[in-house]
Write a protein that binds this ligand. Structure first.
Ligand code: 45D
Length: 163
């Protein structure tokens, strides 16, 4: 399936650079980005529909009950587009809800419900380059970029699935 993504070549190239990083590098960098964006992410922003919030929260609540190892595996599965019940649930969400879900995971890392980053973790030089590219973008471009990045993750929701 093809995703209709942005026409901005700058954004699509950066999404591709992100996607070409190692899975763990992607996770590490995404967390660094979350930290950097800090307070500029406001879940109450218009567009965070109640429906999306509930759906993101529902999946998040299931993930947070898992062991740390399983939590990490699930996040790797999303990036790898593995096919299981969780990645399908993810696949059924809108891009904004997907973004909200990742945001909830990052918050969970900070409050101890989700596996934290190793304290000695450093992103790779390649990831650092992508990071600098993203830092130079306008906020709105960054949001578009993240939507395009998290959109294709996970597995396709099966029609008539029981999620
Ligand atoms: O051991 O319109 C490694 C909304 C190494 C509202 C690891 C929004 C090995 C509506 C793999 C690193 C809020 C949705 C371990 C807009 C190892 C709306 C672990 C905006 C343990 C615009 C790594 C939302 C791990 C935005 C677990 C802008 C890494 C949301 C996990 C942005 C990384 C969300 C995670 C971002 C990163 C979320 C979970 C940037 C999440 C980042």
């Amino acid at each position: 399936m093809t995703f209709t993504q942005t026409n901005d070549p700058d954004i699509s190239q950066t999404v591709q650079s992100l996607q070409s990083l190692d899975v763990d590098d992607q996770l590490g960098l995404f967390y660094v980005i979350y930290k950097e964006m800090g307070n500029s992410i406001t879940p109450a922003a218009p567009g965070a529909s109640t429906v999306g919030t509930d759906i993101a929260e529902g999946l998040f609540n299931q993930v947070k009950e898992k062991s740390h190892e399983e939590q990490l595996q699930l996040q790797r599965d999303l990036i790898n587009k593995a096919d299981n019940e969780y990645t399908r649930m993810y696949g059924s969400m809108s891009e904004t809800t997907k973004l909200l879900f990742w945001y909830r995971l990052a918050q969970g890392m900070d409050n101890g419900t989700i596996i934290p980053m190793p304290s000695d973790y450093k992103v790779s030089g390649q990831a650092e380059e992508v990071f600098n590219k993203i830092k130079g973008m306008e906020f709105q471009q960054q949001i578009t970029l993240f939507r395009d990045y998290v959109g294709p993750m996970g597995a396709e929701a099966k029609s008539g699935s029981d999620i």
